[in-house]
Write a protein that binds this ligand. Sequence first.
Ligand SMILES: *Cc1c(COP(=O)(O)O)cnc(C)c1O
Length: 395
Amino acid sequence: MPRQIISKSSIFSETVTSSFAGAVLSINLDALTQNYQLLTKKLCGNKPSAVVKADGYGLGALPISITLANAGCRIFFVANLEEGCRLRDGISNTGIDEFTDIEIHVLSGLMPNTEEEYKSSKLIPVLNSLDQINNWQLYCQNIRQYLPCDIHIDTGMNRLGLPPNELAKLKKEKKRIKNLNISLIMSHLACADNPNHTKNKEQLNLFKNTRRILPQGRASLANSSGIFLGSDYHFDLARPGAALYGLEPFPGQANPMEQVVKLQGKIAQIRDIDTPQTVGYGATHITKGPARVATVSAGYADGYFRYLSGKGTGFIKGYPVPIVGRISMDLITFDITSVPPDLCPIGTLVDLIGPENPIDIIARDAGTIGYEILTSLGNRFHRRYLSINQIGKQL
Ligand SMILES: *Cc1c(COP(=O)(O)O)cnc(C)c1O
């Protein structure tokens, strides 16, 4: 079992003191590393980048990035400039020499008048339009430094990236990218999590055409699920996020990834009920006969979706315990009648997310996707980063 990291630096340190917290979020960094290695293997040894936007999908962008950097990852993607600056500061503050060559790419594009910040924090903008290309080119000319940038081509997502008419313009007017130091040409798949969707092939072909027009730099198309679509989709650099954190590449199929996250709530009180009674707000649950109900200190304010009221299941030492009644802001009630009382005294941890109820299953029950569960995880937890491998490494 990986141990909790006791780190001198604040990177892996606990946020809320264990004994004070209502719930414990454990992040298994060895599982994260194994997932990185599994994806590398899938990519025939070609190390992928890591997408750590939204604070590393809710798990902490810095500890996640440092762990993956220790596993050999040198390229990171964040969503916006703020995240990029924060990550660069965090990485610099480790003082680790090997990490100075780490690339941080910013997906959301170059907002007007932010060029200086990209330069000073050593960030690489993903240019999403001809205007952004133009602005970066002008900036680089002015400072006479041809700093790296990426170009994102929209192959069917209609969200970010150059639309077809702008790509056509680029094709005709090559001077628009003259002197541009292109690090990556990238695009993003809309339906990669459905291997049977025809859009995957369509986007693949459009991306191949794009490469004929723009052969500069490295090519990057695949997100997590894209890696599992096969080697046609791999190109020079993959950009996984979700799979690193243990989410399933293809919903409903066997998940090859290791579980990184465990969330456990503490039992705050136990109620022995002997006559039929109602439980919680709205009196939505009625106990049929004698029952034991445990109240756990976590709720929708911690990202445990209220939609799971009366639907979700927790686990106590392998015993399934159904959620009864409504999930409230800070509390969830479980029917623990089937658990031997000596196994669940006050303070016992109930698995809210664990090996028996992984994120993808909870997401399905809650009518959402694992991504939303992860990025909704709250700040009131005692967070512990577990690892055998990281202990003793320079931190
Ligand atoms: C979020 C994102 C990724 C990572 O996607 P996952 O499905 O989490 O692997 C890759 N590329 C882009 C452009 C993204 O926005």
